[in-house]
Design a protein. Structure first.
Length: 117
């Protein structure tokens, strides 16, 4: 890619980041937490266990943390979710699954959809 192409790509990424940062408000963050928990309850394949209700409640809290700390960015032609700390661990759990639930097919799409809803 030539210098002009790199500059145009960087500007496009900056414009997308600006739009996403404005869209990620308190309502959008609440929507994200609810969408993630709804996915876990209704879509995710879960292993039955006696402590499933406690695990679900723990994940609800983790989803709240993730929703309160994530950022959406456009990078190298695709949308990415950024966060850190425990919220990053929660994001990885969603992407890779755990010993009691299977991974989500498109975590970034799930989060972006809730933001733009």
């Amino acid at each position: 890619m030539n210098e002009l192409g790199r500059l145009m790509t960087a500007e496009l990424e900056n414009q997308f980041d600006s739009v996403f940062s404005k869209a990620v408000n308190d309502v959008a963050r609440k929507n994200v937490a609810e969408a993630l928990f709804d996915w876990l309850l209704r879509v995710a394949h879960k292993k039955n266990s006696a402590d499933l209700p406690q695990k679900l409640e723990q994940m609800r809290k983790r989803f709240d943390e993730l929703a309160n700390s994530f950022e959406l960015h456009y990078q190298l032609g695709k949308l990415v979710v950024r966060t850190s700390g425990e919220a990053e661990t929660t994001l990885r759990m969603l992407e890779r699954g755990t010993d009691w639930f299977d991974p989500a097919n498109d975590v970034t799409g799930l989060i972006a959809g809730a933001v733009l809803d």
